[in-house]
Design a protein around this ligand. Structure first.
Ligand code: LMR
Length: 408
């Protein structure tokens, strides 16, 4: 292959991180990658994670042996409960097959690989419909396994909210049985989520069209501070009896970014043979997993499972989640208030209407590049900002810089 391998472009997000690190300005602000920062712009090891780490380090039984192919059972079972609800019939009826993965990316990939191999129902369409825009990595994960991608409208440039009519029309027009990728909460990159009422409409439309839901959830508990609320869309679809899959990341809600902890779940529709279907699916997932990563990494999985299996630590985790989501909501309020105080041209209500790690500001690419070159403020070219990069010291600086570039 040596002569035929072309140079690929650098990953835009990790390229941005590199450029930020290389910038020597004391004013620089990182609003790029979606990773939580505290009010001092520092990564935050969750206090509950520190406690779990301590427990792990003092465990005389802990070692560095291989996990089973499907991962740590003490994690995957609780992870499914976290998503579907403890008392969910889908759990009681053993309708979920869960596999530990290399965080959310690995889960999306395992799901994509599974569908590429088995989504061959007669007459169904193997195209994966993703929102426009979506997390950039979705495109390459699905195309890399040979599943074609199409997009459905999602973001309205006018309202900087949901283009609900456009979304519904596209789901209606997609051939029956299409795979539809949905962000369970805190949509990346827009921060725009359907309301519970809109989710109900999406579910009934998808039911009528026999579409296949593929949920990506990376922000449960991080978005609203309420784990159940952030799982609302997934639970609605499961209650409606869909066969579906879920990619679940623990990077953001546990702050375990580099540890690559996550799970992939397949949920069978209710049927007399549901447990049999789940067993067969699990056996195939094990083959795919074995050929790709053999078995998943152990450290982050243990940390998350210690927390998920202990009532007191679980309660503390919820506190930590409220700290993170609360600080972000506070920054949304401050940024909007400052822009409005400055009289910055345009409407800024979307900053506080949007939810989760990101805000889709509506800034144009030239404005984004000007913020980078003149003010050392780093965000992705589509105008997405990671809200966690804002803090009480830099929020006025960022608002003032945005005000200046918007007026130019
Ligand atoms: C992001 O979108 O910034 C995060 O989800 C990090 C990533 O892996 O892209």
């Amino acid at each position: 292959p040596a002569e035929v391998v072309p140079q690929a472009p650098e990953d835009p997000l990790f390229g941005l991180m590199r450029a930020y690190k290389a910038d020597s300005s004391p004013d620089k602000v990182d609003l790029g990658i979606g990773a939580y920062r505290d009010d001092n712009a520092k990564p935050w090891v969750l206090p509950v994670v520190k406690k779990a780490d301590e427990i792990l380090r003092n465990d005389p039984e802990a070692n560095h042996e291989y996990l089973p192919i499907a991962g740590l059972a003490a994690l995957t079972g609780k992870a499914a409960e976290l998503l579907l609800g403890k008392a969910a019939p889908a759990i009681a009826e053993k309708r979920a097959a869960s596999v530990q993965t290399i965080s959310g990316t690995g889960a999306v990939h395992l799901g994509a690989l599974f569908l590429a191999k088995f989504y061959k129902i007669q007459g169904s369409n193997r195209t994966v419909y993703v929102s426009n825009p979506t997390w950039a990595n979705h495109h390459q994960i699905f195309t890399n396994v040979g599943l074609p991608i199409a997009t459905y409208p999602y973001f309205s440039k006018e309202t900087k909210g949901l283009d609900f009519d456009g979304m519904k029309a596209a789901l209606e027009q997609a051939p029956n049985g299409s795979i539809i990728l949905l962000h369970a909460c805190a949509h990346n990159p827009t921060g725009v989520d359907p309301t519970p009422e809109q989710w109900r409409e999406i579910a009934s439309l998808m039911k009528a069209k026999k579409h296949f839901p593929f949920f990506d959830t990376a922000y449960q508990g991080f978005a609203s501070g309420d784990l159940d609320r952030d799982a609302g869309a997934i639970r609605l679809f499961v209650e409606q009896g869909f066969e579906l899959v879920i990619a679940q990341s623990f990077a953001k809600n546990f702050g375990l970014y580099g540890e690559r902890a996550g799970c992939f779940h397949y949920v069978a529709p209710p049927s007399a043979d549901a447990a049999g279907i789940t067993t067969r699916v699990a056996s195939q997932l094990a083959i795919l997993q074995r050929s790709e990563i053999s078995n998943p990494p152990i450290y982050g999985a243990r940390i998350a499972s210690i927390v998920l299996n202990d009532a007191a630590l679980f309660a503390e985790w919820q506190e930590n989640l409220r700290t993170m989501s609360g600080r972000i909501i506070n920054m949304r309020n401050k940024l909007r208030a400052k822009l409005e105080e400055l009289g910055t041209p345009g409407q800024w209500n979307h900053i506080t209407d949007q939810i989760g790690m990101f805000s889709f500001t509506g800034l144009s690419e030239p404005q984004v590049l000007k913020l980078r070159s003149d003010y050392h403020i780093y965000m992705t070219k589509n105008g997405r900002i990671s809200m966690a990069g804002l803090n009480s010291r830099n929020v006025d600086y960022v608002a003032t810089a945005v005000d200046k570039v918007v007026r130019e």
